[in-house]
Write a protein that binds this ligand. Sequence first.
Ligand SMILES: Cc1cc2nc3c(=O)[nH]c(=O)nc-3n(C[C@H](O)[C@H](O)[C@H](O)COP(=O)(O)OP(=O)(O)OC[C@H]3O[C@@H](n4cnc5c(N)ncnc54)[C@H](O)[C@@H]3O)c2cc1C
Length: 315
Amino acid sequence: MTEIRSTVILGSGCAGLTAAIYSARAGLNPLILEGHEPGGQLSMTTLVENFPGWPEGIQGPELIDNMKKQAARFGATFQQADMASVDLKENPFRLQTSAGEIVTRTLIVASGASARWLGLKSEQALIGHGVSSCATCDGFFFRGKEIAVVGGGDSAMEEAHFLTRFADKVTILHRRDAFRASKIMLERAATHTKIAMRTNTVIEEVLGEEDKEVKGLRLRDVKTGEESILPISGLFLGIGHEPNTKMFAGKIDLDEDGYIRTTGNVLVTKDGVVVPGIYACGDVQDRRYRQAITAAGSGCMAALEAEKFLEEQGH
Ligand SMILES: Cc1cc2nc3c(=O)[nH]c(=O)nc-3n(C[C@H](O)[C@H](O)[C@H](O)COP(=O)(O)OP(=O)(O)OC[C@H]3O[C@@H](n4cnc5c(N)ncnc54)[C@H](O)[C@@H]3O)c2cc1C
């Protein structure tokens, strides 16, 4: 007979690991499916300066490792597997994973939202060393520096505007000549004394030694083919995020961009009606804040809701 688990947690970022700490301490022996990116987004970054409790800051991978150890201490178990699909029609739910079928009474979805990257090798080599997808997180490191933001939508404009608090100059790079951003956001950016804009421009290479620091960008004008060098210390991606929710399409309510719609903070719905036993936390349901601490906070809420549900069901 297949074992029925009390709680399975999808994702091992700070939302999933916080849910793991709470549900493990509640004696639910949670199983965490780590997914393709064990440790989540924080494992890609270097210094985290805004997570409470670390006055000098802490390296992202170390923070994640601490959370993982904390969860394991109370009996959480980890599996390096991805969930491919799920049947939520009946409880217990059946999950199809790369490690086989798993049956569980509660499912905590903490599968995050991945930032869209340009896909350049040089960009990937410098993530956390000058290349970032999070202005709120990393803007502070660029005080008095010159940086660039890539993108042409509202999020790129907002990010550029926010970064002027720290940087001396922010250049917005956009591959087309027309922007997708709303008129008001565009105007705000275009009239800012610290913001410059370059259209019809693509990034060919992020310059800098791997794992050291960004020195500049090699750019190409898509109309003339002309190449140029832009000396900058930081590159911020403002081309959006993709929530990891493909496996839930049609099964629960997602918004127009694929983020999980929640009610009561972490409760998941289908056609507006709460589906008991499934909860969503962290960036997969939060397009607004996208911070480690907010992800951790909602992970705690999801675990407490799962615990309450199991208790009400007499398990
Ligand atoms: C470069 C960078 C720097 C940052 N710096 C800071 C900072 O300084 N301070 C701060 O507060 N925030 C920072 N953030 C934001 C912060 O990392 C995120 O808000 C936080 O990681 C969200 O946590 P999460 O658990 O919701 O999702 P994630 O961290 O994205 O984790 C998602 C998890 O889900 C797993 N997963 C996905 N799909 C599946 C599947 N099908 N099956 C199983 N598992 C799956 C992945 O493997 C991963 O483990 C930064 C982000 C980036 C990218």
